[in-house]
Design a protein around this ligand. Structure first.
Ligand code: FAD
Length: 461
């Protein structure tokens, strides 16, 4: 207790007055994230709003001195409890370190602070004819720091890859307050170990990103999206394979099942066809002629693959309407019950149909509703399960279903997270898919980087 009192006094001494929150309500508000777990056991001792790298270093040095946990927070939208506070500590909030420091057209790079909103970077890059492809569905609020730490992906991963493919260089504050530079601002780098890759997806457990240089690419000239409906789920999955086998390279191949379609239409009417069992959302982008060519090939494949209805965009407004519907699925699902959970299991695509059908069966067995969406081009599925955490019986059934979904994923050669991360919610299951020696090496790396276990402790494993 005395330690925490001293820590707070020191924080208030070294940081500007309005940068440290210590009231109970304030600490409570920042101790939860979008995982919205009912099992909050502890809250933060203080919330710090860092304004620059020096303030981050000073805060980390104090945390190191008192051996108090330090948990970074971007927008708090991760869905795996990666920002939750299990043993007290400092929440280090990056919403004030939100500057795009440079967009370099010649190098095709951007240098950003960690609190920059992903969608804002995309907008600024696109104004200059450049493109930052990683697109978590909630890119309007999620931050670069959070998306690096969770190795976020999105619908465009199919063609362009995910966050990890765009991070060239980072400045990272280590557990002792020193600054490490992970690489260089060059497009290639074969100079020593790729330290950057250790921090990407490390969920704030190895170091604190205070600046990142990201790669940009030329902005595609145009884009169009097709929404194809199917009377059977199996036909929609077969269509995914048919498109890929034709060596057409869409930007996205996303999926919605009937529950997702109906739920979106109920709460955010978008003109979706609610009598269909499944829909694929297929985007193509590039030069105008290439887009037209790809679109026509895809339409002909879809007809052969038994698509029973097709909507497609010819204007930006129609494009946005289709994507808005797909991106609303979690928000819509959240309206069915007081809480909603999501997941991001992923399998080799050849096992995708078994995963989709298996998840539905498991949810039926435990009498749970499920709205399924996913980036099926990657083999990734998001089962969104609305639930009432206050209903103990339902929560118990949900936990059993979740465990069976992870077993199924592992048995199909898959992995627990393609893009959301592990956090605290999935750590008990990580040994299903990561071999014991790999876990031992991960723990050794954690100890080397953070010997006192102060950086977001007990997340991932
Ligand atoms: C509606 C909805 C849709 C979503 N869709 C997608 C999707 O399509 N694809 C996807 O990948 N994810 C998705 N997510 C999950 C979430 O958006 C991502 O995990 C996101 O990138 C997190 O960003 P954030 O700024 O909210 O990070 P936070 O939740 O604040 O933090 C995430 C992790 O990053 C760490 N962290 C934050 N800043 C730093 C830093 N500067 N240095 C070191 N560590 C740091 C935190 O400690 C924590 O471990 C979705 C979430 C919601 C709620």
């Amino acid at each position: 207790m005395l330690t925490k009192t001293r820590l707070i006094k020191d924080l208030k001494n070294i940081l500007p007055r309005n940068s440290v929150l210590t009231e109970l309500e304030e600490r409570y508000a920042y101790s939860q994230d979008a995982a919205n777990t009912p099992d909050i056991k502890n809250i933060a001792d203080a919330v710090v709003f860092a304004q620059n790298t020096e303030e981050v270093q000073q805060t980390v040095k104090l945390a190191a001195k008192y051996k108090i946990p330090i948990i970074c927070r971007g927008a708090g939208t991760n869905v795996v409890g990666a920002c939750t506070v299990e043993h007290g500590g400092i929440i280090l909030n990056f919403s004030r370190m939100n500057k795009i420091l440079e967009i370099n057209r010649q190098n095709m790079t951007a240098r950003v602070q960690p609190g920059v909103i992903v969608g804002e970077l995309q907008k600024q890059a696109e104004n200059l004819g450049l493109y930052y492809p990683p697109d978590p569905s909630n890119l309007a609020v999620s931050t670069i720091g959070g998306s690096i730490a969770q190795s976020s992906g999105g619908a465009r991963t199919f063609k362009y890859g995910s966050t990890k493919d765009y991070i060239l260089n980072m400045k990272v504050v280590m557990a002792n307050g020193e600054i490490l530079q992970t690489g260089s601002n060059t497009i290639k780098n074969a100079t020593g170990y790729n330290l950057g890759s250790l921090f990407i997806g490390s969920e704030g457990t190895l170091g604190i990103v205070v600046e990142a240089t990201v790669k940009l690419i030329p902005k595609p000239q145009t884009r169009q999206v097709i929404m194809a409906y199917f009377d059977r789920i199996s036909e929609s999955i077969d269509a995914v394979d048919a498109i890929i086998e034709q060596q057409i390279f869409p930007t996205t191949i996303d999926f919605m099942d009937q529950n997702a379609i109906q739920t979106v239409e109920k709460f955010y009417p978008s003109g979706l066809l609610t009598d269909k069992e499944a829909a694929l959302i297929i985007e193509v982008d590039g030069f105008k002629n290439a887009v037209e060519y790809q679109k026509n090939v895809i339409l002909s494949i879809l007809n052969t693959a038994h698509a029973s209805a097709i909507q497609s965009s010819s204007t930006e407004e129609e494009y946005n309407k289709i994507w808005q519907a797909r991106r609303s699925s979690m928000g819509a699902c959240a309206k069915l019950k007081p809480n909603v959970t999501t997941d991001d299991v992923i399998v080799p695509r050849q096992n995708l149909a078994k995963l989709v059908v298996g998840i539905r069966k498991i949810c039926e067995k435990y009498n749970l509703e499920v709205c399924m969406v996913g980036h099926v081009g990657d083999g990734s599925v998001h089962p969104q399960i609305p639930i009432d955490y206050n209903n103990k019986d339902e929560y118990d059934r949900f936990k059993k279903a979740k465990s069976e979904i992870y077993d199924l994923t592992a048995n199909l050669g898959g992995i627990l997270s393609g893009e959301h991360g592990i956090g605290s919610l999935k750590r008990d299951y990580i040994n299903l898919v990561v071999n014991p020696l790999a876990l031992e090496y991960m723990r050794t790396i954690k100890k080397t980087f953070d010997p006192d276990n102060i950086l977001n402790p007990y997340k991932i494993f």
